[in-house]
Write a protein that binds this ligand. Structure first.
Ligand code: URA
Length: 237
């Protein structure tokens, strides 16, 4: 029993040291740009281009070696609603765009159910290259891409940040709660210079496997719709 707890604890310590837990689990601004390469200047377009270039320059990453394309983002960079998934799949890798496969089609339907589409939101992933066999990115891979994701969020500066699935949840919030408990709750958080309201929900790929959970995702979608109203976020049509 004690041995089991110790192993679990050791794994937890390793995970949190990899993902800089102290920067994530408190509510102070996250400032993790020890890497001077991520101190960008200029307008959104310039900064996003620089971020993309910085990701292209990542060295020694197996994900990158095995992937065809960098999957950076899709949607409207001016949007106040940002969505973070896990990582590209085969279709995304082929097209260089996030959420274009079956999970993406479901995401489109989910957005449509609250009168949104890709032109109204900004979409990215925790990792920007496809993990082989669509496996979950490892803690090490997540830790490697975290500074880039943080910078990405800071540049887009969303008022609402939607985390789809446990990988996005654990990366940004930590893994104190499982997705089924953490979903459907608003959390206010500072990420770099971005102060945002975060909500986690189920990943569309999970919803395809567990369609009975769609009713919970619908609750989350309605919460997002209400928050858009409350914050008077303008949706450009
Ligand atoms: N799943 C994700 O998490 N992201 C994608 O881009 C596609 C599928």
């Amino acid at each position: 029993m004690t041995k089991r707890i110790n192993t679990k604890f050791a794994k937890l310590v390793k995970y949190y040291s990899l993902i800089n837990h102290h920067l994530i689990l408190n509510n102070k601004s996250i400032n993790r740009y020890k890497n001077k390469d991520l101190l960008f200047k200029g307008n959104k377009d310039v900064q996003l281009n620089k971020l993309k270039k910085a990701i292209e320059k990542i060295k020694g990453c197996k994900l990158k070696k095995n992937a065809t394309n960098l999957v950076f983002s899709d949607g409207n960079k001016e949007s106040k609603i940002m969505i973070v998934g896990e990582g590209p799949g085969a279709n995304e890798d082929k097209e260089g765009l996030p959420f274009v496969g079956r999970a993406g089609q479901l995401l489109d339907k989910m957005l449509l159910s609250i009168s949104l589409d890709r032109r109204n939101v900004y979409i990215t992933n925790v990792v920007n290259y496809r993990p082989p066999e669509n496996r979950r990115p490892t803690d090490e891979e997540i830790a490697r891409y975290l500074p880039y994701l943080t910078k990405h969020i800071e540049i887009i500066n969303p008022k609402i940040l939607v985390l789809l699935g446990s990988t996005a949840l654990n990366t940004i919030i930590g893994n104190l709660e499982v997705i089924s408990k953490a979903r459907g709750k608003w959390i206010k958080k500072n990420i770099g210079k971005c102060s945002t309201l975060i909500i986690a929900s189920f990943h569309p790929a999970f919803l395809m496997r567990q369609p009975d959970q769609k009713k919970m995702a619908w609750i989350d979608l309605k919460m997002i719709r209400e928050k858009i109203k409350e914050l008077k976020i303008k949706i450009e049509k």
